[in-house]
Design a protein around this ligand. Structure first.
Ligand code: RB5
Length: 149
């Protein structure tokens, strides 16, 4: 498995811990930056991660900003991306189980690196439940199909 990761200056504090979890599982990590705490624009990094997942170069993606919100909004503008913000263990589980999120978003000003590591593991280990959620996710795809030209 290959996972794309991207962050801005508000999310970079979480990146080492998150990459640590991925590498400890033998997952290949494609790190699209940023690489220091200088101020950058989160849509630039959301786009790199989202494109890597959308085109199949990476299986999943992780995006990190101050809240997880801006970078997830930007990632969700790319076709095929279902980015969900998680802020605790429960939401990390649900975005996979119910929403089949292929991109996990977290906020460096919201959670600790330790919590982000734990949530990353939960998101990876939780399968999509399918069933009634299958149809709902299909409706999200139908919205994409209607508006992406
Ligand atoms: C950057 O200051 C901050 O706005 C960004 O990291 C993120 O929280 C946006 O949603």
């Amino acid at each position: 498995m290959r996972i794309a990761i991207g962050c801005d200056h508000g999310g970079i504090v979480l990146k080492p811990a998150v990459i640590g979890v991925l590498e400890s599982r033998g997952i290949e990590v494609k790190d699209f930056g940023c690489y220091d705490e200088n101020s950058v624009d989160y849509p630039d990094y959301a786009l790199k991660v989202a494109e890597a997942v959308s085109c199949g170069e990476c299986d999943k993606g992780i995006v990190l900003c101050g809240t997880g919100i801006g970078i997830s909004i930007a990632a969700n503008k790319v076709k095929g991306i279902r980015a969900g913000v998680a802020h605790d263990e429960f939401t990390a589980e649900m975005i996979s189980a119910h929403n089949n999120a292929n991109v996990l978003a977290m906020g460096g000003r919201i959670i600790s690196p330790e919590k982000a590591a734990k949530m990353t593991a939960i998101w990876l280990d939780t399968p999509f439940q399918g069933g009634r959620h299958e149809g709902r996710v299909a409706k999200i795809t139908a919205i994409e199909d209607k508006y992406f030209k």
